[in-house]
Design a protein around this ligand. Structure first.
Ligand code: NG1
Ligand code: ZN
Length: 546
C-alpha cells in the first residue's frame, strides 16, 4: 500500500502545510483566506481520489468561497449523485487537512483501512473553479493531488458550483441525467425553458426582460454563454459582470438579502424585474422597487412558495396523488411558514442550516421543495413521482387538461437542477412560472407579507460555547441564554429570535423578527447583547441600530 502513497507524500512537500494550522470542513467545505489553502487543495485532491476509489465513481472538487470576500477561497467535495459529500468523509477531510507532513502517510492509511479501499482501483475526479484570483493556482493544486495518487482528472475550469454538481451526476448516471458538458447543461435547461414558456401566451414584452446582478462572479460569465439559447423568450441585462467591480463587494445575493437593499452597480427603475446571484451562482434572490421607490425583496421563502403553488396546481390539474412538502430552516420568515401550512396546507419541515440538511429532508417526499431564506434551494422529485408524470404525459387516453399539466410537469423537472441549488436553473424556473401564470413580481410578492426581520453578527471568543437544539431554534448552552431570549421575545408582537454559531464565519448569528422593523431591530440588538454578555463577547458591546 505504501508504494502507492510514496508519490503523494513526495509531492505533498511541494504543498506544505503551515505548521500548527487547524482548519475544519464546515457547513460548505473549507473556507478561509486563500493564502492558507494550498495544502488543503492538494490534500482534497488526494481525498477525492480515495473517495472515487471507494465509490467506484467520479467525484467532484469545486474551488470556491461562494459569497465570501474576494481574498477568501474554499473547497468542497461532491459525491457521485451530485450531492454534498457524506458526513463521515467530512471528518476524513478535516483529519487529512490537519495532519502534519510526517503524519500524512498514517492519515491516508487510516482512511484507506477504515473504508477498506482497494488502492489499485481506478479513480476519476472532476475539478471546477470560480473567478477568484486565487482559484487558478488552487485548483491546480487539487489536480496535483489527484495526479499524485494516480487518479484521472477532468478540469472543467471556470464553472458555477451547481454546474459541477450537474456534471458529476451526469457522468455517474451514464448520461441519464444529461450530458456532462457545458453544451449539454445549457441545451437541457434551455430547451425545457423554451418549452415551458411556449405555453405562456399572455406575457407582455415587459415580462420578457430581466436584470441580473452577477455579483462580479462566475454566474455573470455563464449567463453570457447561455443568453443566446433563451433570447427568444427572455432578454437578460447583466450587471456586475466582473469587468470592473470586485467580487461580492456591495453586490450579489447575500448582500441584497442581508442588507435588504439593491446592489451597487445596477440602476433600478420602478417595476424593473431584477435578481442577484451569489459569487458561485448557487443562490438567487429577486427584487423590485415600487412607484414610491420602496425596495421589495423576494427571497428564498418567496421562491419556495411560488414554486410550491405552481407545482400544486399542476399536480391537481394532472389528477396525480403526490405528496409535496417544503423544507426550510430557522431563518425562514414566519409569515412564509404560516402561509404554507395554514393557507396552502402543505407539509413544512424545518432543518438545521446548510443545504445538505435540507436536501436530505426533501428526499423523503414525492416532491420536496427546499430553500434557505438566502435563496439557495431546488426541488427534488422522487423516482416514483417522475415515473408517474412520465407515464401520464405519454397516456393518450387522458383529457387535454390533464395531458397539458403532465407535459408541463415533465419540462419543469427538466429545467430543474436537482443535484443542488442552482441560480441559473432557479432563474429559468421562476421566469417560466411567472410567464405561465402571467404574474408580475408585485403579484408574486403579494402572496403573503414578510414579517420585518433583522440579522446581526456578534463576535465572541469561542462561538462553540453556543449549543443549539430544535433545528437551531433554541440555545441549550450557555446557561441562561435561552431564558434571556424568551424574556426579550415576549416584549414584542409576532416576535421570534434565535442565536447560533455560524458554520462559515467566526461569528454568532442573531436573527429576529417582529411585527414592525423597529421592533425587529430592537429585538435583534437586545438578543445580540445577551449573546455578548452570556457567551463571551469580544470587542465593543453591540450598539443599537437606531
Ligand atoms: P452559516 O455561516 O453557517 O450561517 C451560511 C448561510 C447558510 C449557508 C452557508 C453556506 C445564512 C444565515 N447562513 O452559513 O444558509 O448558505 O453559509 O454557504 O444565510
Ligand atoms: Zn454560493
Amino acid at each position: 500500500m505504501t508504494a502507492h502513497f510514496e508519490e503523494a507524500l513526495k509531492q505533498s512537500s511541494l504543498h506544505p502545510k503551515p505548521a500548527g494550522l487547524i482548519l475544519e470542513y464546515g457547513t460548505s467545505g473549507f473556507r478561509t483566506n486563500a493564502k492558507q489553502l494550498d495544502h488543503i487543495m492538494f490534500r482534497m485532491g488526494l481525498l477525492a481520489t480515495l473517495r472515487s476509489k471507494k465509490t467506484k465513481a467520479t467525484i467532484g472538487v469545486m474551488v470556491t468561497a461562494s459569497h465570501n470576500p474576494e481574498e477568501d477561497n474554499g473547497v468542497k467535495l461532491i459525491d457521485p449523485m451530485g450531492e454534498m459529500v457524506t458526513p463521515a468523509w467530512e471528518g476524513y477531510a478535516t483529519q487529512l487537512a490537519n495532519a502534519e507532513q510526517e503524519d500524512l502517510l498514517a492519515a491516508m492509511k487510516d482512511i484507506t483501512g477504515k473504508e477498506a479501499i482497494d488502492i489499485t482501483q481506478e479513480a476519476s475526479v472532476f475539478v471546477g473553479k470560480d473567478t477568484r484570483g486565487s482559484s487558478a493556482s488552487l485548483s491546480q493544486s487539487v489536480l496535483d493531488g489527484v495526479n499524485a495518487l494516480g487518479g484521472h482528472s477532468k478540469n472543467y475550469g471556470l464553472v458555477t458550483t451547481p454546474q459541477l454538481h450537474y456534471m458529476v451526476c451526469c457522468q455517474n448516471t451514464q448520461g441519464k441525467y444529461g450530458e456532462a458538458t457545458m453544451d449539454g447543461y445549457y441545451s437541457k435547461l434551455c430547451t425545457a425553458f423554451l418549452h415551458l414558456t411556449k405555453h405562456a401566451s399572455n406575457r407582455t414584452d415587459d415580462q420578457k426582460h430581466l436584470c441580473v446582478d452577477g455579483a462580479n462572479g462566475i454566474g455573470a460569465l455563464k449567463l453570457q454563454e447561455m443568453e443566446s439559447h433563451v433570447k427568444k423568450n427572455l432578454q437578460i441585462s447583466i450587471f456586475n459582470d466582473g469587468s470592473k467591480g470586485k467580487l461580492n463587494f456591495q453586490c450579489g445575493a447575500d448582500f441584497v438579502k442581508v442588507q435588504q437593499k439593491p446592489p451597487a452597480g445596477i440602476e433600478i427603475n420602478p417595476g424593473d424585474r431584477c435578481c442577484s446571484f451569489d459569487g458561485d451562482a448557487d443562490r438567487i434572490v429577486y427584487y423590485y422597487t415600487d412607484s414610491q421607490g420602496c425596495f421589495h425583496l423576494l427571497d428564498g421563502d418567496k421562491i419556495a412558495t411560488l414554486i410550491c403553488t405552481y407545482l400544486k396546481e399542476l399536480i391537481n390539474q394532472a389528477g396525480l396523488d403526490l405528496k409535496i412538502a417544503v423544507v426550510q430552516t430557522a431563518y425562514a420568515n414566519g409569515s412564509s411558514t404560516r402561509y404554507l401550512e395554514d393557507t396552502m396546507k402543505v407539509i413544512v419541515k424545518c432543518t438545521k442550516t446548510g443545504v445538505k440538511h435540507l436536501h436530505h429532508a426533501a428526499l423523503e417526499f414525492d416532491i420536496g421543495v427546499y430553500f434557505e431564506a438566502n435563496g439557495h434551494g431546488t426541488v427534488l422529485f422522487s423516482k416514483a413521482a417522475e415515473e408517474m408524470i412520465q407515464k401520464l404525459a405519454e397516456d393518450s387516453s387522458i383529457n387535454d387538461e390533464r395531458k397539458k399539466a403532465a407535459v408541463l410537469l415533465q419540462s419543469t423537472i427538466t429545467v430543474i437542477n436537482q443535484t443542488v441549488g442552482d441560480a441559473i436553473s432557479d432563474m429559468l424556473l421562476i421566469e417560466a412560472i411567472l410567464a405561465i401564470k402571467g404574474m408580475t413580481l408585485q403579484q408574486w410578492d403579494a402572496i403573503y407579507s414578510d414579517l420585518p426581520n433583522r440579522q446581526l453578527k456578534v463576535k465572541v471568543s469561542d462561538r462553540r460555547v453556543i449549543d443549539t437544539a430544535d433545528a437551531e431554534r433554541r440555545a441549550v448552552s450557555p446557561a441562561g441564554l435561552q431564558e434571556a431570549i424568551d424574556t426579550l421575545v415576549k416584549k414584542y408582537r409576532q416576535a421570534r429570535s434565535f442565536a447560533r454559531p455560524s458554520g462559515t464565519e467566526d461569528v454568532v448569528r442573531v436573527y429576529a423578527e417582529a411585527d414592525t422593523q423597529e421592533d425587529a431591530d430592537a429585538l435583534a440588538h437586545e438578543v445580540s447583547l445577551a449573546v455578548y454578555r452570556l457567551a463571551g463577547g469580544v470587542g465593543d458591546e453591540p450598539k443599537p441600530l437606531h
